[in-house]
Design a protein around this ligand. Structure first.
Ligand SMILES: C[C@](O)(CO)[C@H](O)COP(=O)(O)OP(=O)(O)OC[C@H]1O[C@@H](n2ccc(N)nc2=O)[C@H](O)[C@@H]1O
Ligand SMILES: Nc1ncnc2c1ncn2[C@@H]1O[C@H](COP(=O)(O)OP(=O)(O)OP(=O)(O)O)[C@@H](O)[C@H]1O
Length: 287
């Protein structure tokens, strides 16, 4: 069995520029990986693609993004052999943390090794873009500026060291629904350039000051409980707070470890899924 780690991502910024003729939105966003990861096991079989997962919210057929990754590699490179993909899910599902996309990216990287394809990260990221907008970033990991519909990746410096508290309300959010309700005319845009500068300088306070997500107000309107979690996280002492991706997960950045118990325990009072993890933000080598 070959094991590959599939880390979650958070959005430090997410800007939506305009709607495109292909119905996707042109975006500009800065993503970084956090130390909360699914573990993907890959086992060779004679033929077929099989998904094993104990999580009842995870599809075990071609709707699974890891299945789609294996299918794409098999078709593109004419592979006859099969694979059993076991997904040990740690990343909450439909959370805005790119769980499915990261599983797909890890599957691409793992199968590259299992089937000895010798593909580069760039080639794997290009394949990943066919599966979903977040998959290319997940192939590289680390910290990056993503453009286009999310698939054009430019590496950025590793953010300053800090803790990330993640809190997911019990609702799951559909990315398509949030983009669908987005109103370009009334959008609030984060300052992407300032965030890039903050990362270049390793300036934690500037990173906190420039967190911004144009989709946040859309999800907050649809699901008021997300706004409540944001308020609570601030009240309990996070340095800065933002919704990740299309939500509903809210993350808070904290530099002082001593502050974590108060925030963590305070949120656990009305939110079952709360995690305190380190920010990774650094690229890992090929699986
Ligand atoms: C919200 C984010 O997670 C931020 O990282 C991504 O922008 C979404 O990435 P994703 O879940 O991989 O998205 P996809 O599976 O490619 O697309 C899901 C749906 O979201 C909408 N979508 C997605 C990306 C994008 N740039 N514009 C869009 O309008 C489209 O309606 C699409 O049908
Ligand atoms: N490997 C997978 N893990 C979890 N969900 C998956 C997977 N493959 C497909 N799905 C489906 O995708 C839906 C969205 O789940 P996912 O956890 O990827 O969302 P997300 O974190 O919001 O993604 P993103 O941030 O990329 O928009 C789920 O409801 C599930 O039906």
């Amino acid at each position: 069995m070959l094991y590959v780690k599939a880390p979650a991502k958070i959005n430090l910024t997410l800007d939506v520029l305009h709607k495109r003729p292909d119905n996707y939105h042109e975006i500009e966003m800065i993503m970084t990986t956090v130390d909360l990861a699914d573990r993907i096991g890959l086992k060779a079989t004679e033929s077929g693609i099989y998904i094993e997962s104990a999580d009842r919210f995870v599809p075990n057929d071609s709707r699974n993004l890891a299945y789609q990754a294996a299918q794409l590699i098999k078709e593109t490179y004419g592979i006859k052999s099969g694979v059993i993909i076991s997904l040990d899910k740690q990343i909450p599902v439909a959370a805005g943390l790119a769980g499915g996309s990261s599983d797909a990216a890890a599957t691409l990287k793992g199968l590259n090794q299992l089937w000895q394809l010798n593909l580069s990260l760039d080639e794997l990221a290009e394949l990943g873009a066919k599966i979903g907008s977040d998959v290319s970033f997940c192939v590289y990991g680390g910290t990056a500026l993503a453009k286009g519909r999310g698939e054009i990746i430019q590496e950025l410096p590793v953010p300053p060291n800090c803790w990330v508290i993640l809190a997911k309300p019990t609702i799951g959010v559909s990315t398509a629904e949030v983009y669908g309700a987005f109103d370009v005319a009334n959008a609030q845009h984060p300052n992407t350039e300032e965030m890039i500068e903050a990362l270049a300088k390793g300036d934690y306070n500037a990173m906190c000051a420039n967190l911004g997500n144009a989709l946040e107000s859309v999800t907050l309107n649809l699901y008021p409980e997300v706004a409540q979690i944001k308020d609570q996280m601030k009240k309990f002492g996070a340095d800065a707070v933002l919704m990740s991706g299309s939500g509903p997960t809210v993350f808070g950045l904290v530099q002082q470890e001593a502050r974590i118990p108060r925030i963590y325990n305070g949120l656990r009072g009305f939110c079952t899924e709360v995690y305190a993890v380190r920010l990774i933000g650094e690229r890992e080598s090929l699986a």
